[in-house]
Write a protein of this length. Structure first.
Lengths: 249, 224
């Protein structure tokens, strides 16, 4: 990655635009991102680039490429019109197979060995603190964590996003699907010392549902969330692996 | 887009408390047993999402802050919601595993429009600013996204810079693809992108387009 950080120990400025336009290899972008977290000089440069790229985002592709249909579909859909070549892998492409669904084998194994009521199949956590961090010196940083899980047995899935502003408590927003129509559900939050709090209670439907609630706990103390039948066991659990990278001051 | 059923239950802090151990069927053992395997399964996906967040997150935030006329908190909320929707829509990724930029920004814009419309049916949340924003939404997305100056600025760039920006950003091509397409070395694509953005910024400023500077309190971005 010597090309990215120059001899002056700063990011090659010519790469910043490509970074924010998603034209670099993920590994390169990662190096840039990490450097920006530590280097205010480069961050100032980056802020300018971000502003300019964001201005460009005000235009649609049909604004700039005559005859292009309004391509990006709002609903889940293939990435782009099929004829345009996708990016060649270039550097490090072999690590990006783009395999969204290659997990069924492990899933089956988990289900067999565990025979647990709740199985977490998909798990991802991201500390959004960096993203959400104000450009400079905003007084109350919003700390956020998110995770997604799908249960192989019940087919239920939940994505949970937790936001915290200060130490008072957290707002929890969850999007759940695959629940039984008419059944009563509860969303519990569990802290790392196994204390449990009820976030929300609702009646399931076949549709995607959003539930939310507030809990007077610190975001860093949260461990996972469980959607449970009100009169039965859990249907899906969502873990927050990367919580608490919050800058606490 | 789905229209999720909303079951919102925001409890006042005083009535919610940590209520002791969860029932025996789901104690910490579940977490300990399952978690490592689950982590391993999703490494690639999580990395794709992290890349998305690193690359598009800041631009989305800036973009939405402009559209919300400087409401950073609201912009942050929409960024988060956009990332969640991206996560739930892996089909919007290309063969390399990246989410389409055009898709992301369209989703973000729709979320904002939906919020503005929803605020209209909750009068207690309506402020003067929202009324203003709503009126703009009613006029259509084109009014909310006042892109005329940007289009003019982009069109004012030298052809070689303009084409490079369009290929990289709007056609979402890689440096090497654009290099092949324009029959120039990749290094030239890199520097044209750099100078193209620089020239675009200057062209925008000369047209009275204002950029948020360092502080979050730069007020109204520009007159629409």
């Amino acid at each position: 990655m010597a090309d990215i950080i120059g001899s002056d120990a700063h990011v090659d400025q010519e790469l910043l635009g490509l970074h924010y336009m998603d034209a670099l290899d993920p590994a390169q972008s990662d190096v840039i991102h990490r450097h920006l977290e530590e280097c205010s000089a480069c961050r100032a440069q980056a802020d300018e680039v971000i502003g300019t790229v964001a201005a460009l985002a005000l235009l649609g592709i049909d604004d700039v490429v005559p005859g292009t249909a309004a391509t990006p579909p709002p609903a889940p859909a293939p990435a782009r019109g099929g004829t345009a070549p996708v990016r060649p892998s270039g550097r490090g492409g072999s690590t990006r197979p783009g395999q969204p669904k290659g997990r069924s084998g492990r899933t089956g194994k988990l289900v067999r060995t565990g025979s647990l009521l709740a199985l977490v199949l998909v798990l991802a956590g991201l500390g959004l603190a960096t993203l959400v961090r104000a450009p400079q010196g905003k007084p109350t940083p919003v700390v956020t964590a998110a995770a997604v899980a799908t249960d192989g047995t019940t087919g239920a899935s939940a994505s949970v996003m937790v936001s915290s502003e200060g130490d008072d408590g957290v707002t929890v927003r969850a999007t759940v699907s695959g629940l039984r129509d008419g059944a009563a559900y509860v969303l519990y939050a569990v802290t790392s010392d196994s204390a449990t709090g009820e976030v929300s209670r609702w009646t399931g439907t076949a549709a995607v549902q959003d539930v939310s609630g507030y809990l007077p706990v610190r975001i860093g103390d949260l461990s996972f969330f469980t959607v449970s039948l009100a009169d039965g066991g859990p249907v899906v659990s969502v873990y927050l692996p990367g919580v608490a990278v919050a800058p606490t001051r | 887009m789905t229209a999720p059923t909303t079951v919102t239950l925001r409890r006042p802090a005083a009535t919610v408390s940590i209520v002791g151990q969860l029932s025996s069927s789901t104690d910490g053992a579940v977490a300990r047993e399952v978690q490592p395997a689950a982590r391993a399964v999703t490494t690639a996906d999580a990395e794709a999402l992290r890349h998305l967040q690193q690359v598009h997150g800041p631009v989305l935030l800036s973009f939405l802050t402009r559209l919300t006329k400087g409401d950073v908190h609201r912009a942050e909320d929409i960024v988060q919601e956009t990332l969640l929707r991206a996560w739930r829509n892996p089909d919007a990724r290309n063969s390399e595993g990246r989410w389409s930029r055009g898709w992301l920004f369209t989703v973000a814009k729709r979320i904002l429009i939906d919020q503005i419309r929803a605020a209209d049916v909750r009068p207690e949340e309506r402020s003067d600013e929202h009324i203003d924003a709503h009126a703009r939404a009613e006029d259509g997305i084109d009014k909310l996204v006042d892109a005329g100056e940007v289009r003019a600025a982009l069109n004012s760039l030298p052809e070689r810079l303009r084409v490079t920006l369009i290929e990289i950003y709007f056609q979402e091509r890689s440096v090497s693809e654009v290099a092949d397409l324009l029959a120039v070395p990749p290094g030239t694509v890199k520097s044209r992108t750099f100078y193209g953005l620089k020239a675009l910024r200057e062209a925008l400023i000369s047209r009275g387009f204002t950029f948020r500077t360092s502080g979050p309190e730069s007020g109204t971005e520009r007159d629409g």
